[in-house]
Design a binder for this molecule. Sequence first.
Ligand SMILES: N[C@@H](CCC(=O)N[C@@H](CS)C(=O)NCC(=O)O)C(=O)O
Length: 200
Amino acid sequence: MGLWALEECEIAYEPVGLDCGLNGLADETWFVAISPFKQVLVIDDDGYILTESGAILLYLGEKSGKLIPKDLQARAQVYRWMITSLNNVELMTLPILLADLQGDANPHAQALRSAIADALGRFLAPIEKMLKSQPFVTDSAFTVADIILTCVLREIRKTEILCAYPHVEKYHLRCEERTAFVKVLNTNEDRLGIARGAAR
Ligand SMILES: N[C@@H](CCC(=O)N[C@@H](CS)C(=O)NCC(=O)O)C(=O)O
C-alpha cells in the first residue's frame, strides 16, 4: 500500500525489496535498525524513518497535500476509517486469509474461519449500505483511508465473502482500477517475472 500511496501522491521513490522466509523478514542489521518489529512497511525520507502503514500513509498524504482533506472534520473521517479498517475489519480479514493460505495444515484456523467470516458482516453490512450512495469510504473523494480499506479487503478478494456485498465489491474494484494501483501491480509483476495479471 505504500507504493500505491507514493504513486497517488506523486512522490518520487526508490523501492527496496526484502526476502521473507518462513520465519519472517530477514534479520539483517540495517533492517532491524529501521524497523524494530522487523516488518514492512518502512520509509526513509532523507534520513527520516517511519514505520506503521497508517502513519506512513498519513505522512505521505500530509507531505504531498494530497489524499487528505484540509477541513478538520473531513480529516477526522479519514482517521476514523483508517483506524476502523486496521483495527476492526483487518482483525477479521487477516485470519481468514491465513486460514485459506494454510488450509488443512492449520485445522484450528479452519475451525474458526466461518465464525470470523460471520463476525466480519457486522462491519461489511454497514459499509455496504454507505457505499450504495457514495463512491469512497469517507465521501466523494478518494483518500488514504480508501488505500487502507482496499488493501484490507484485498486480503479476502479470492473468497466467497464479498459476493454478499456487491457495493463493497464494486468499491474494491473501483479503487484497484486506479492508474496508480495498476502501475504498482504491473511493476511488481515485472520485477517478480510473473505473468501480467498474476498478482491481481
Ligand atoms: N501494523 C503494521 C503491520 C505490518 C505487517 O504485518 N507487515 C507484514 C507484511 S504486510 C510483515 O512485515 N510481515 C513479515 C513479518 O512479520 O515477518 C503495519 O500496518 O505496518
